[in-house]
Design a protein around this ligand. Structure first.
Ligand code: SR1
Ligand code: MG
Length: 403
């Protein structure tokens, strides 16, 4: 049973029964494989009598979204479970509890969050999350600060960089986000109706320069331990609670990649409101709610990150040099805006899309949303070395809808 193989539902039940003290002895468990992501199996195991339940996530040795022709390391299960444990210490309550990790089976057993909704779906249903900005800004400020050279022992950090070397999953990002959309790649996938807009990406020299600069930061800037795939499909939420899941893409990279991922996915939903809001008034209101959430998240993140730095900073010169904190936060804002743009563009023309856009049933609204998202994404990328305020991201979004 413990040599690696993809588990059946019955095998998952047997493993769950063996977890000491979790389910009552002799419990009759039910199991359903519910994985709908791109990469893994996810088993939901429940005991109808005690009401107890858990999730088992098993990495497959290939990318499920493509098939066995795309082999993928099982080591990502180790990376995910170790990152979840670090997050559990830094931001308890904002991530699922890990009950067990089985390296042979590439299996992580964790808290069941099915009383929450995947935030992407929640936003498509028009749900608002009044505590999200507070929660996600705390998640990002604490996980990024305390794993960086500003907030942890710098020798230990180097060992952590080594433990989180994640070449295969980084390569997915390097190709799918920082290369394919800007050339006629066989990996790309887009609506034929927007071919003109996709082709414009392939020939835009100004855009290519900015993407090359952002790609270099992703490749070389081991600034903090990132989640690495912080989109709204990696967040379970209710109006009162936020739980960040799925850190299998974790590695040491530029902080703005995580912050930008959150903003990109709120903006993809913003573009998708072409359809998801019932009428023009509702659309304008929900869009304003999304933009307000971005601004609130940035301001809270900036404030919390600086407060952690002022209280817990370990780097003497970084704390003492007048103007350095300003420089650092300005660069982080610019990275955030640039990476947000890249993350939007890839979801429109690259291999892997988002439901906010792709599930729009009406062809004309879907095409409008796709064009809108590309206009926002490219405008953000082009602001990534000059932006001085989060307001510039808001201006880019507002100007795209007014065209
Ligand atoms: C082949 S994996 C495609 C995408 O799914 C993940 O969620 C990442 O975003 C990755 O780029
Ligand atoms: Mg994922």
């Amino acid at each position: 049973m413990s040599t690696y193989h993809p588990l059946s539902e019955q095998e998952a039940i047997r493993i769950a029964q063996d977890i000491e003290g979790f389910f009552p002895p002799g419990a009759s468990l039910a199991c359903r494989e519910i994985g709908d992501g791109n990469l893994n199996l996810v088993f939901h195991i429940t005991d109808g009598v005690s009401g107890k339940s858990l999730i088992m996530k098993q990495a497959l040795p290939y990318a499920k979204v493509v098939g066995e022709s795309w082999p993928l390391t099982l080591d990502r299960a180790r990376i995910e479970s170790e990152k979840l444990l670090i997050e559990g210490k830094l931001v308890p309550g904002l991530v699922p509890a890990v009950y067990q990790y089985n390296p042979e089976l590439a299996l992580t057993v964790m808290e069941d969050l099915s009383d929450h909704v995947i935030m992407r779906q929640g936003l498509m249903n028009g749900t608002r999350y009044p505590l999200f900005a507070d929660h996600i800004s705390t998640f990002m400020a604490r996980t990024l600060f305390f794993t960086s050279d500003l907030g942890m022992n710098q020798q230990e950090k180097k060992l952590q960089v080594k433990a989180f070397i994640n070449p295969e999953l980084c390569k997915i990002t390097e190709d799918l986000i920082f290369d394919d959309p800007y050339t006629d790649s066989p990996n790309n996938s887009f609506n034929p109706a927007i071919r003109d807009a996709a082709e414009a990406l392939w020939t835009d020299g100004e855009l290519h320069l900015e993407v090359a600069i952002l790609r270099d930061k992703f490749l070389t800037n081991a600034q903090a331990l990132l989640h690495g795939d912080l989109h709204t499909g990696s967040i379970f939420a209710t109006p009162a609670s936020t739980k960040v899941i799925d850190p299998e893409f974790a590695f040491y990279g530029p902080m703005g990649f995580d912050v930008g991922a959150v903003f990109a996915n709120l903006l993809l939903n913003f573009a998708g409101q072409e359809h998801w809001s019932g009428d023009a008034n509702a659309r304008a209101e929900f869009r304003q709610y999304l933009l307000d959430t971005i601004v609130d998240t940035w301001h809270q993140f900036d404030e919390k990150f600086r407060a952690l730095w002022n209280e817990h900073g370990v780097d003497r010169l970084a704390s003492a040099a007048a103007g350095y904190q300003e420089f650092y936060m300005r660069r982080l804002l610019q990275d955030t805006i640039g990476f947000a743009g890249c993350k939007i563009v890839r979801r429109i023309v690259g291999l892997s899309h988002v439901a906010d856009i792709d599930r729009i049933p009406d062809d004309a609204s879907r095409e409008r949303a796709q064009r809108l998202a590309l206009a926002i994404g490219t405008s953000l990328i082009k602001r990534s070395r000059t932006a001085v305020s989060i307001q510039e991201l808001i201006d880019a979004a507002k100007s795209a809808i007014s065209q």
